[in-house]
Write a protein that binds this ligand. Structure first.
Ligand code: GTR
Length: 397
């Protein structure tokens, strides 16, 4: 049905955004598997590191390890959260020694009833921890956005996750780097450069935000109520891009869910449809390293595409979700990338999306790689979460 959309949006003389499937072009996808890769061991040993290196050097930059002097300070525990169904914990995670060190504030909700450690969905939030839940004891930071408590509650559905036996943990991505051109100057790329032995321009904002998810996972490994072997990274839009990159780098993550991540996330970049490499690099130059700018005008020279990022998740469960009205993210490009990661999952005897054509709206397809295109806009709704819960129940029993 996307081919029915035959609109090309002309925004300026130089920049034309295409929404016509007939004009997308037919660039061949770079091969995720080479003839030398005969089995899963060859993939893990040779091809996977090669591809990870491409994304590191050409696009997202480095993904540093754990800083040596991390420490935590519990700020508030409520053992009667969400009307008595949950325990909420607010923990400050300092990323270097001392109480003046850069930090990220973690908000964790745990189901109260569970007798054994629970799986947990984690993700960065856009507007501050206090927007994830309307509970009135969530700490609001001075620097936080002036938006109401629980402002984005419906995007998180904490109570329903808890009812389904899942914990939820989140941090505000702005804790690590403000989402603006100059954000790196006051963010951890600058303040932690000695600690991490990493120059500010060796990585970029998406990698920073994804790296925060790994630090959140470090914390969860110390949390007895959580099953740290079942930590599912999620993210919407730019934060979905960050989640994919984090899980590609950090093997401790059990699974990843990309919600409308689009260009630079789950969507193929070499398709001329919706957002383009040039556009994203121009609007958000600090999301990617400088190396990525070389492809602005020549996407056909890219030695990789985003299906290869998805393949780096294998053999772990991967969910890619699009939305019908979210054409900017190129839903079909997301489906095709998910499909093209399939051969790598097959090396591990796992089934991918299982179909060759894009499914109808609201009809999830696939198994270990799952895909749906929800009716509606660029957003994350209960429909999406319902599918993610079902997926996690099935693939991470
Ligand atoms: C848009 C951007 C997308 C996506 C989105 C979002 O402006 O072009 O790549 O990241 O923002 O994060 O909501």
């Amino acid at each position: 049905f996307f081919s029915l959309v035959t609109l090309s949006l002309r925004l300026s003389a130089q920049e034309v955004f295409n929404y016509d499937e007939l004009k997308v072009g037919n660039l061949p996808l770079p091969a995720v598997l080479t003839p030398a890769v005969k089995n899963a061991a060859d993939w893990q040993r040779n091809r996977r590191p090669e591809i990870l290196r491409l994304f590191t050097t050409q696009m997202y930059g480095v993904f540093p390890g754990k800083p040596p002097h991390m420490h935590t300070q519990v700020q508030l525990v409520d053992s009667n959260a969400l009307g008595g169904k949950a325990i909420s914990k607010q923990v400050r995670l300092f990323l270097a020694a001392g109480d003046q060190a850069p930090f990220m504030d973690i908000l964790l909700f745990l189901p109260k009833e569970s007798k054994k450690p629970v799986p947990v969905f984690i993700g960065c939030n856009f507007l501050g921890n206090h927007t994830v839940s309307g509970e009135n004891n969530i700490l609001v930071k001075k620097v936080a956005h002036p938006v109401a408590l629980g402002f984005q509650e419906r995007r998180w559905e904490v109570a329903r996750l808890i009812e389904n036996g899942y914990a939820l943990a989140t941090y505000h991505y702005g804790d690590l780097e403000a989402d603006s051109t100059d954000g790196w100057k006051t963010g951890i790329r600058t303040t932690l450069q000695q600690e991490l032995k990493t120059a500010p321009d060796a990585w970029a904002a998406l990698s920073v935000w994804g790296w925060g998810l790994s630090r959140l996972l470090d914390y969860l490994e110390t949390e007895k109520a959580v099953d740290a072997k079942r930590v599912i990274a999620t993210g919407h839009s730019r934060l979905g891009k960050a989640a994919l990159w984090a899980v590609a780098n950090d093997p401790r993550f059990a699974a990843v869910i990309s919600n409308n991540s689009g260009e630079g996330g789950a969507a193929l970049s070499t398709r001329w449809y919706g957002e383009t490499i040039e556009r994203i690099n121009t609007r958000f130059p600090y999301w990617f390293t400088d190396a990525y700018k070389q492809y602005n005008k020549k996407p056909e020279t890219l030695p990789f595409d985003q299906h290869m990022l998805l393949a780096l998740i294998a053999p772990r469960p991967l969910y890619v979700a699009s939305a019908t009205e979210d054409l900017w993210t190129d839903p079909k490009g997301e489906f095709l990338a998910a499909r093209a990661a399939g051969p790598v999952y097959a090396l591990f005897k796992y089934e991918g999306v299982g179909v060759s054509e894009m499914p109808a709206p609201d009809h999830p397809v696939g198994k270990r790689i799952r895909y749906h295109v929800r009716t509606g806009k660029h957003d994350i709704l209960w429909y999406d979460w319902e599918q993610y819960i079902k997926f996690a129940n099935e693939e991470l029993p």
